[in-house]
Design a protein around this ligand. Structure first.
Ligand SMILES: *Cc1c(COP(=O)(O)O)cnc(C)c1O
Length: 389
């Protein structure tokens, strides 16, 4: 079976992890800050906080932005559930904004309209999570203009988009948002097994997230409550100043990430090459292909197509036929508001028609750096055989 996504592990990766295994530090050693510094430098962010998953990074980002009970977080329905769940961990409410059917990202016009109504009702969001679906960045300047006008904070869920850029500026530079989150799950662009990172240009947000990732404990005198300290407290002394978590990344993971980061540019180039080949080979088929926008370099985490009405076959049949032919297609995503957990919160089919329409037609084709030209040709031939008029 040709999978829809797959990691690549090289000899250099193995050596990097082995070196950590044979060192003094399996966790809380030098590899984590080295990986943080390297990613921050690569994307042009001032601060980076490595954690054990992007889900944890989203949770910490929401906490650092003081999301709590009575607050609202808005995001796209076409995403992984973690983009919304982070609000629920904080006791906050979730709402969704429909997608632009072309980019399949949260639609800035739909957001503007929803904000106008919410302002009148006094229920504006505290945070909007912009998801760069498939690796194509959202229109961040448009979202930033709305954030300034309505006073909400912006988190970029860039789980799909490390290595992407807009106008040559990397996603993660954070020029239009408060915090950007990357995922290093094996199916994403680079991997640490499990892992994630939050990037920001705000030192206070970085400090808060770093503290919360490790139990809310600090060893910095400047961050401690002076009144609690006594003269007898020595170098061992630390304070737990708030309720945090153990969301730490290990040094094993960070060493793997650092080694993988060396290949980020190669990976994006190869993904771009494969996406271009799909664009050309599939142009004549009854499929809506992923959007391209001038100046936007996608990280091409995914290559999702949507069947047109003219396809004359339904998505389920096509999915099953391709799987039977050894092609590991997938579907991204079941709209989050249709999950039973969110239906119990009051969401229902029909609320986000663009997202639901896209989902009913969506199919993700195999795309990963080690996908061979012959394997891609097999995918293309299988689609042509079933869709060509
Ligand atoms: C993968 C993913 C996440 C969660 O990442 P983990 O590192 O697995 O926690 C969050 N948001 C989106 C859009 C994702 O694709």
């Amino acid at each position: 079976m040709i999978p829809y996504g797959r990691q690549e592990i090289t000899e250099a990766d193995l050596a990097a992890v082995q070196a950590v295994l044979q060192s003094d530090w399996l966790t809380q050693g030098p590899a984590v800050p080295a990986f943080e510094a390297a990613v921050a430098r690569r994307v042009g962010a001032a601060h980076a906080v490595a954690v054990n998953s992007a889900t944890s990074a989203l949770h910490l980002a929401c906490l650092a932005l003081d999301l709590g009970p009575g607050d609202w977080l808005w995001t796209s329905p076409i995403t992984f559930v973690a983009s919304a769940n982070c609000a629920r961990y904080c006791g906050a409410e979730v709402d969704f904004v429909d997608i632009d059917p072309h980019t399949r990202n949260l639609c800035p016009q739909a957001l503007a309209e929803k904000l106008r109504v919410a302002e009148a009702q006094g229920r504006l969001p505290k945070i909007v999570v912009a998801v760069h679906f498939g690796g194509l960045a959202c229109d961040m300047p448009a979202l930033q203009a709305l954030a300034r006008r309505y006073g909400f904070r912006l988190i970029e869920d860039a789980s799909h988009a490390i290595g992407a850029s807009v106008g040559g500026i990397p996603v993660g530079a954070g020029q239009a948002s408060d915090i950007t989150v990357f995922s290093f799950h094996p199916v994403k662009i680079i991997t640490t097994g499990e892992g994630g990172m939050a990037l920001t240009n705000h030192p206070e947000l970085a400090r808060r997230m770093a503290c919360l990732r490790s139990h809310g404990i600090t060893r910095e005198a400047a961050e401690m409550e002076a009144a609690v300290r006594t003269d007898g407290d020595g170098p061992w002394y630390y304070q737990q100043v708030e309720l945090g978590f153990n969301y730490r990344m290990t040094d094993l993971q960070a060493a793997l990430g650092l080694s993988q980061l060396d290949r980020l540019d190669d990976y994006i180039a190869r993904r771009e090459q494969l996406a271009t080949a799909y664009d050309q080979a599939l142009a004549a088929l009854p499929l809506a292909l992923p959007a391209r926008r001038p100046g936007y370099q996608s990280a091409w985490h995914l290559y999702p197509v949507a069947l047109s009405d003219a396809a004359g076959c339904d998505r389920l049949n096509l999915f099953n036929a391709l799987r039977e032919a050894g092609i590991g297609v997938n579907v991204h995503y079941i709209p989050v508001h249709l999950q039973p957990y969110y239906r119990r919160l009051g969401f229902a089919p029909g609320q986000y028609p663009q997202a639901e329409n896209y989902y009913s037609r969506a199919l993700t084709l195999p795309l990963y750096p080690t996908l061979g030209g012959d394997e891609q040709a097999q995918v293309i031939a299988a689609l042509q055989a079933r869709l060509a008029a």
